[in-house]
Design a protein around this ligand. Sequence first.
Ligand SMILES: C[S@@+](CC[C@H](N)C(=O)[O-])C[C@H]1O[C@@H](n2cnc3c(N)ncnc32)[C@H](O)[C@@H]1O
Length: 295
Amino acid sequence: MPDEGTISWREVLVETESRLVGSGHDRATAVREARWIVEEASGSTSAAELDLLATMRGMARHDAMVERRLGGEPLQYVLGRWPFRTLDLMVDRRVLIPRPETEVVAGLVLDEVDRLAGGRDPVVEPVLVADLGTGSGAIGLSVAVERVGTRVWCTDVSSDALAVARANCAGLGSPAQRVTVAEGLWFDALPVDLRGRFEVIVSNPPYVAPDEDLPAEVLDWEPGGALFSDDRGMADLRVLVSGARDWLAPGGALVLEMAPDQTGLIAELAQSAGYVEVSVRRDLTDHNRALVARR
Ligand SMILES: C[S@@+](CC[C@H](N)C(=O)[O-])C[C@H]1O[C@@H](n2cnc3c(N)ncnc32)[C@H](O)[C@@H]1O
């Protein structure tokens, strides 16, 4: 039986845009999302391919994705993947959707890796990095892929999240050999013999206050354990600031993502805990977003 239907993917695209607009999406978002869905369903990567006839198998996939999106599920989960820096990460409800501001945080880690690696043979002496609360693996796996001279530990308390991180790691090819995935509460996931030897510790921990209003698309779909932290969103940040010092090598760096209004207090905390060269860094929208502090 032929798999070809009678309308082109371009016509499907126009229809999908209207359905998304009809369900309340603004036009620009609808156009962008319809394109993602149609490209995913059709496997097309160029505008010319949109003139091909839609296949029945592709349409079944398309219709299922549109229904899920119209039901309020975030586009990233509907697609099952999302780009992060150079990676195409598998994502689903077990993990937080990687955000653009976190791409900046991963960039800060690379800056620290470059500073620490200067003059070393990366094969003999790789920079040891820990990404605590790795979720999909976004930060840690980016570091492993973008810097060959690194050895990266990706940890999480959620075994569900780690299943996603492991799948993403497996898709990396040879950089995966420099990644270890481990389960446990913050520093408990790391082996004791590496205490005092990590050169960069990075985390994008849960930092939303439990009583904060979040859009339904976040609250209803993303894992609560990835979002909320007590003490106005700062309980986990405090644990990381106080714990990381013992796990860092001298000169090593702690890189933490947080909310803009948390940066002042967490920077003060880092200073009083004895870190040096404490600085607050901005994200792409010019908001204070991350702390870099050195031991
Ligand atoms: C905000 S998400 C960040 C995910 C990913 N690093 C990213 O940037 O997209 C926080 C992650 O921390 C994990 N987490 C929460 N509490 C934890 C804890 N006590 N120990 C280790 N990981 C924890 C969550 O399971 C979640 O995957």
